[in-house]
Structures are given as structure tokens and as C-alpha cells.
Design a protein around this ligand. Sequence first.
Ligand SMILES: NC(=O)c1ccc[n+]([C@@H]2O[C@H](COP(=O)([O-])OP(=O)(O)OC[C@H]3O[C@@H](n4cnc5c(N)ncnc54)[C@H](OP(=O)(O)O)[C@@H]3O)[C@@H](O)[C@H]2O)c1
Length: 353
Amino acid sequence: MSTTTLPPTMKTLLQPSRQKTELISTTAPLPVPTHPDDVLVRVHATAPCAGELLWARDFPDTIPADKEPVPCQDMAGTVVSASSSSSSSSSRFAPGDRVYCRIDASRPGAACDYALPRASSLARIPQGLGWVEAAATPLSALTAWQALFVQGTLDVAAVKAGDEVAAVAAREKNGRVRVLVTGAAGGVGSWVVQLAALAGAGAVVAVCGRGKDEGVWALGATEVVDYTQTSIEEWVAADPGAREVDLVVDMVGGRTLAGCWAAVREGGAMVTINTPPQYGKPEGMTKKLSKELFFIVEPLGSNLAEIGELIEAGRVRPTVDSVWEFADFKKAFERLESGHAKGKIVIKVSDEA
Ligand SMILES: NC(=O)c1ccc[n+]([C@@H]2O[C@H](COP(=O)([O-])OP(=O)(O)OC[C@H]3O[C@@H](n4cnc5c(N)ncnc54)[C@H](OP(=O)(O)O)[C@@H]3O)[C@@H](O)[C@H]2O)c1
């Protein structure tokens, strides 16, 4: 472990009670690496995720009782120290490297000056991406990537460089898949739209609220449903033969999820990240799908590196809703919990961001 002069304490946000969503700003000792794959990072910018302040209360099996309650699991920063042992995966990173990641929800987040992500979750920030945009990327992009290419039915070879023959074949295959995505203008949704379009999906149907259509067209949507004007059920019922989809990615749940059941074709696939598909299945519906699943994102640095190649090539881009000073964290969370962000809400942590 290389050393550097570090302050004894740092500023941090903390959630004093897991039963309440209230946050405080305070100071605390710096986190101390205890595992060979721990990497100490000076944080420049971070981003919260919708609903995250209720995870510890609602999913106690996933969030350990002794977790230091620092919120915001998305992070962009500079490596301070990493293990120099060649057997450790953190040795891939050196002090001064610009890195970003999604910190696993079971570990303290990044709303603080120094965070301690695991090397397996880290990737180098692509050239040309600033701290704010970098912090806006990991969770949303990883979730979209895994929803489409790992859990869903699009072939990832379509977006990979290096094997043009495989890419063309994959794009042809993906061209037969109509994708519908809800929450399409939000953090995850804006990545699903871009990645599905880039992978050559036969259609990208973006479901979003009023005033969001321009943004989702620009990201690559081929059809837009304004759910405040037309429900998904009404939209598909107008022309089921042409409008039914092969793959749904839903991040809204509730009534919206019921609409997704109407839109997916018999034998199609449904991937959800808010509530399991069965929770929204209308009573009496007999439709059978080839795949229906809820999943939790895996914070894989390897996937983030693949996404980083696409960013560096200028083929995809994070969408930032708004940027907040650290002292304005309450306003940032209020904006997030309004539920209608256009992309990610980012909090600056250092003066460099
Ligand atoms: N399972 C996982 O691993 C995982 C990973 C990441 C996120 N999530 C969850 O996924 C959800 C979305 O996350 P996010 O970061 O994308 O949130 P977000 O940025 O707040 O976006 C949510 C989007 O939902 C849309 N929306 C709100 N009410 C709606 C309604 N009634 N019908 C249709 N759309 C509606 C909003 O768009 P409009 O303004 O256009 O209405 C907003 O853009 C959250 O619940 C989050 O906790 C889960």
C-alpha cells in the first residue's frame, strides 16, 4: 500500500436512522483499507439513486446492520492508494488514476471526501468525461447494460469493437427485437434507450412523461409514448400487430408494469428493476413469457470498462439532470425523489468537480 499525506477527518453525509430518509452533514475519520482489493479514492463527484435511503429499512438482508451509513453509491475520483501486491486486483490501479464505479450497496457510499470501493467495481474514466458526467454514469449505465445484454435478449456483440462480422450478425439479430422501456428519460432509462438503439434493436419504444419526448428521440427512440396522455394499454391496443414488443425493460412498477404486460408479445421477455414482473401481472392474464425476471445490478468494473469504450468513441453519453454543491445535498435528494428527473442528479464533493 503506497502512502500519502491524508487529513485525519473528512466531510461526509450520514443517514443516522435506517427508518428515516433524513441525512446529516458531518465529519468522520477516513475509511481504512482492510482488504487487499480495497482502493482508497479521493472523491470528486457522486450521485444518489432514487429510493436508496429506504434500502436499509426495506432490504435488511442486503444491507448489513453495521454498514457505515454513507449514501450515494456512484463515485468518480482519484486513486489515493491501492495494494501493490501483484496477486491483488487493486494493483491494476495506481495513485492518481481517474476512476469511477458503482460501490456495492452493502458498503459505505461516496457522499464523502474519501471512499473505499473494491477494485473489481472500478474502471478508468474514459477520456473526455469530466467528474460530473463520470459520477452520473456507473449505476445507470451498468443497470441498462445488464438489463439488455445480460438479463435481456439483445446480443452484446452488436456494440463491441474488434469483430465486425460478429457485430453485423448481432445487429441483424437485434433488428428483430422490438424493445419497450419505461422511465425512458430517467437515469437508467436514458441509457437503455441509447444502448438498445446502438445495438440495432428493431424498435425502441420510449415511455415517458410530458415534455420528455425531445430528449428521448435524441437518444435514439423510434417511438414515444407520453403516458400522461395515453396509457401503454391504449397505445398497444390501437395496433397490436405492429406495436407489441419482444422485450420490456421496466423501472417504474405499479400501473406502468401492468401496461407492460399488455405490450409484451406472447413468448416475449420482461426484465424489471423496480418490482418483480409478477407483481404487475393483471388478474386473469394468461400470457406466457420466455423470460420474466427482476434483477439487482452487479457493480462490475469489467462492464463499466466496456461502456467506457463506447463513451470514449462518442457513441453514448451520460445524461445529467442537475448538479448540486455538497452543502445543497437536501435539495439534490428532493429533486431526485420528485421522480421526474431527466437523467442523473450529481453532487459535487471536491472543488475540482
Ligand atoms: N434493481 C436494480 O439494480 C436497480 C438499479 C438502478 C435503479 N433501480 C431502481 O429503478 C428505478 C429507476 O431508477 P432511475 O435512477 O432511473 O430513476 P429516475 O432517474 O428517478 O427515473 C425514473 C423515471 O421514471 C419516470 N416515471 C415516474 N413516474 C412514472 C409513471 N407513473 N409512469 C411512467 N414513468 C414514470 C420518470 O419519468 P417522467 O418524468 O417522464 O415521468 C423518471 O424519468 C428506481 O426505483 C431505482 O431504485 C434499480
